[in-house]
Design a protein around this ligand. Structure first.
Ligand code: NAD
Length: 491
């Protein structure tokens, strides 16, 4: 597989924009194309327009929900084994078209093609894992009654997916909804519509018309989708601020909600940790991908005795960062998704520096000319931050990481927990019991030991604090698309 990561570069067409135009990506409503005005996609590694795509308006929202509503009665009664078979077929075709999908992800995110391919690889695995889930009925029978708790689909689900994992986060929503028997209207982020539109077109040959619809559109389109009275379930991944707006929109109809929101994950590095392993995780998860991962390490608390050594090892890795075209094999660094994100992250850094913090880290190397116009920020560690600096207190979602020394483990834990988010956290130590005694007191959905951000579709993903509502993956994501019902018979 690793070899294929590298050979994929040979398949990049010379005229990428021409190749993208030939894909003729379209909305999928009721199993067919729908006409719409054109909008542009900016390639973040160059800052230039790379493609155009059909932009939905509220008419498309209404048409897609109507199609999903019509399809619900048949789909909800389709045996679960049949729904599972179709999802497996969907996974097979995603894999068959892996080169095309990886190129679409790289075009819309600007990330190095090998990273885009890796997202596709994990996405296929996610669909297969979620398609295999079972919702188990439970028997509560007792003297005089036969009682069974069963699970039934909810209806039309609206899914709003973010730009930072345009395929993997969308396929999880698709698999959860369709396996449960809900029909779906997916709206990808306006920055990354290409891969979702392509998946909608693939799905037309697999699922009955109306079962899986893909529209696009801006925040107003997203708002009209979640407010629509015929939507029974909302699955949203994005910021905590937008999550609150969606919860408000869901309140009048008490729509079922899964909210996967922001995070400000802390990693606590003890004095006996394997510093090479920590440096590798910090660089790969938080810096090389420009920090654009919900569960990136966003605050790094390091025991004072190993602080400088760890900092220097991370800086060594940063020296290898190369910014350039997503399609150039030498590029390793992801750009920020947009000029807005670039300005926002730069703002966190400038603010911290203006309060007396120090930036540590090299400037990145660049290949080609693209990087100059791209939305890159050189990865950096920031020393000398107080807890109330916005760079520490808020979610930066960028490659600018505060590194904070501590002497006392209890104090490090208190600081890690003094934050309204609660997505993930980690403790790093050569002594697992010692690490666990801290990890089990972290206020977060997943506490890792000697790893961070290691999600899997086979493992539950809970949320604490303002990082979300509900629970995803394993069978829980499917359960969130179902209503429980007790069948209670007098015997
Ligand atoms: P965002 O909240 O700014 O936007 C998300 C989407 O919501 C956008 O596509 C936007 O058009 C849409 N939107 C805006 N207002 C809306 C409304 N009123 N109704 C419906 N839709 C509306 O988030 P973002 O900047 O695109 O994504 C980054 C955020 O996502 C980060 O906070 C990150 O941590 C989070 N995230 C969380 C997870 C997780 O699993 N917890 C995973 C990935 C990303």
């Amino acid at each position: 597989m690793l070899a294929e990561f590298e050979t994929i570069y040979a398949e990049v067409p010379a005229d990428l924009a021409g190749w993208l135009a030939v894909q003729q990506l379209s909305l999928t409503i009721d199993g067919a194309d729908a006409a719409a005005a054109e909008e542009q996609v900016i390639h973040p590694a160059s800052g230039k327009v790379i493609a155009s795509y059909p932009q939905s308006g509220t008419d498309h929202v209404n048409a897609a929900i109507m199609a999903a509503d019509r399809a619900f009665s048949g789909w909800s009664r389709t045996p679960v084994a049949e729904r599972r078979r179709m999802l497996e077929q969907f996974a097979d075709i995603l894999w068959e078209r892996r080169v095309t999908i990886a190129m679409l992800i790289a075009a819309e995110t600007g990330r190095p093609l090998r990273r885009a391919f890796s997202e596709l690889f994990f996405s296929v695995n996610y669909v297969r894992t979620l398609a295999a889930q079972e919702l188990v009925e439970r028997d509560y029978s007792q003297e005089g009654i036969s009682a069974r708790l069963v699970h039934r689909p909810l209806g039309v689900a609206a899914a709003i997916a973010p730009w930072n994992g345009p395929v993997i986060l969308a396929v999880a929503k698709i698999a959860n909804a369709l396996l449960a028997g809900d029909t779906l209207v997916l709206r990808p982020a306006p920055q990354t519509p290409l891969s979702a539109l392509y998946m909608g077109m693939i799905a037309r040959d697999i699922f009955p018309a109306g079962v899986f619809n893909v529209i696009t559109g801006d925040a107003a389109v997203g708002a009209s989708l979640v407010k629509h009275p015929d939507v029974a379930k909302i699955s949203f991944t994005g910021s905590t601020a937008t999550g609150r707006l969606i919860a408000e929109a869901a309140a009048p109809g008490l729509k079922r909600l899964t909210l996967e929101l922001g995070g400000n994950d802390a990693a606590i590095v003890l004095d006996d940790a394997d510093l090479d392993a920590v440096a590798d995780a910090v660089y790969r998860i938080s810096l090389e991908n420009a920090g654009q991962f919900c569960a990136a390490i966003k605050r790094l608390y390091v025991h004072a005795s190993v602080h400088d050594c760890l900092r220097d090892r991370i800086v060594e890795l940063m020296q290898g960062a190369v910014a350039g075209s997503a399609f150039d094999k030498q590029s390793t660094l992801a750009p920020l998704q947009s000029a807005t994100q670039q300005t926002r992250v730069q703002g966190f850094l400038d603010d911290a520096l203006s309060r007396g913090a120090r930036r540590t880290g090299p400037d990145f190397s660049t290949v080609g000319t693209e990087a100059r116009g791209g939305f890159f920020i050189a990865p950096a560690l920031v020393e000398g931050c107080d807890e109330d600096f916005p760079l520490v207190a808020d979610e930066q979602f960028g490659p600018v990481l505060p590194i904070i020394a501590f002497d006392d483990e209890a104090d490090a834990l208190r600081r890690a927990n003094a934050n309204p988010y609660g997505l993930g956290g980690s403790v790093w130590s050569g002594d697992i019991d010692r690490a666990l005694s801290i990890a089990e007191n972290m206020h977060c959905g997943t506490a890792w030991v000697n790893q961070h951000g290691a999600f899997s579709a086979a493992l539950p993903m809970p949320f604490a604090g303002q990082s979300g509502l509900g629970m995803d993956y394993a069978h829980y994501g499917v359960l969130e698309h179902s209503r429980s019902m007790l069948l209670n018979v007098k015997t």
